[in-house]
Design a protein around this ligand. Sequence first.
Ligand SMILES: Nc1nc2c(c(=O)[nH]1)N[C@H]1C(S)=C(S)[C@@H](COP(=O)(O)O)O[C@H]1N2
Ligand SMILES: [Mo]
Length: 541
Amino acid sequence: MRRLGRTVGIAVGTAVGAAARALRRAAVLAGPGAVIGLITAGLAVGVGELAAVWSGPQTAPAIAVGSAAIDLTPTPLKEFAIRNFGTDDKLVLLTGIYFTLGLIAVAAGLIAVRRLGFGVALVAMFGVVGAWAALSRPTSQSGDLWPSLLGAAAAAVAMFLLVHSYRAARAPASEAPPPSRLPVWAQGRRGFLALAVGTAGTAAATELVGRVAVDRRYDVAVKRSRVRIPTPAVRAPAIPAGAHPNVVGLSEFITPNSEFYRVDTALVLPQVDPEAWTLRIRGLVDRPLELSFADLLSRPLIEHDQTLSCVSNEVGGPYVGTARWIGAPLADLLREAGVQRGADQLVGRSIDGMTIGTPVESVLDGRTGLLAVAMNGEPLPIAHGFPCRMLVPGFFGYVSATKWLVDLELTTFASYDSYWVQRGYSKTAPVKTASRIDVPKPFAHVPAGTVTVAGVAWATHRGIDAVEVRSDGGPWTLARLAQADTPDTWRQWTCYLDLPPGLHQLEVRATDATGAVQTAQRADTFPDGATGWHSVVFTTT
Ligand SMILES: Nc1nc2c(c(=O)[nH]1)N[C@H]1C(S)=C(S)[C@@H](COP(=O)(O)O)O[C@H]1N2
Ligand SMILES: [Mo]
């Protein structure tokens, strides 16, 4: 025990010594002001994280500011981010926020060693920005401002002490040190270093404890693992054996959950406790309803295969996937609630305030709209909306597929614009007929002769009737369609082309079950989905 104590003591001493040396070196390189700035910013973040244990992970300063930034981001910039960073867009945003914070922290520190008041004012300003961001969230509560305010307060005190200690330490030894009300241990060069290392350590500790405690308090992974989804009253027919041609490189027919694309505005995944979850159905209805998760699971459930795709998916892009879902039929619930005449929009709200509007007429026209609770044989993954999401085949996700759903309101399109509609997207957006070449990959080298071309095509809810492929602008060849699962799923296809050695360009187009041929006309993803033919350039040798 004694030995252990001594070893730990030595280890801590060594770590503190190393930290002190690193700080001193940084102070020499960048100036003590920069170090003071960075340490105080670190403390603000750490204390904010710790305070977020009480108000929720979404209220931590950087997350609050990031979420506000997402909502304020102009649509073209958001499209750019989705296009270039994809599902990593959130990581890029957070990195940018921390980087900006770091720069401002350095500036604040450099200012503070000259004019302490200005430095502290800058810190206070940041507290206010964080608090404002937290309160600007659609589902915010008044307590949400505390993480940013407490973080900024801690940073202001630390800055005050560090700057005073630094000034005292800097005074030439020949002069009497300026009168100081600092405690003895915080005086002199060693005192300044002790204060700096202590503040940095507190920053790290609060950050660490805050993160662990936030996870323990809010993470619903364990509760999710305990959810048992009842056997559906209506099973989906087995997926036809011929739905997936055995071609290497062709997408799976059912997209594994781990590979299913994720698109949402949630900077931290909403953690919805299934035991506390309720869904309200309200607005223009005769009988408003409220269901618990147990109520939902006790209803007759339906299993249904559906392809989901994103309006931000570019021609040939990855934001499309197919899953076997289980859920309660949405239409039955709406009928129980009694939709009133004139209600033409069904608005789904998520726990984090996302709003998604779907035409009521479509939900009630016989298609399999679901309040989905399971995806590919397991409870919905947290990233895909646990415990409950909406799905209405035929529409892009932003107008049909609310994740972390907690509220359904019957209203009108004339009286309410949902989240992306407020940002210029179309009020409603049926999935456009699309096709994608999965094989060969762009810039692949394959042997000349008979070349295998394969891919997917989807016109969700209408179904696919034909796919054609051509090379180098030549005549179209009909692809062989794999067996259809349902009109709500994509259809896979293969095509064998004889090609001489050289560089080739393949193009693909699909015809949906209404007979409409996919247009060659290029359109942007904004405002209601991209059009145009996917093409792949590759070489035969
Ligand atoms: N709560 C919430 N639900 C949401 C979104 C969101 O940002 N928040 N994004 C929508 C969009 S734009 C799409 S394309 C689908 C994506 O669903 P997935 O992430 O499960 O693939 O979810 C929809 N539901
Ligand atoms: Mo989307």
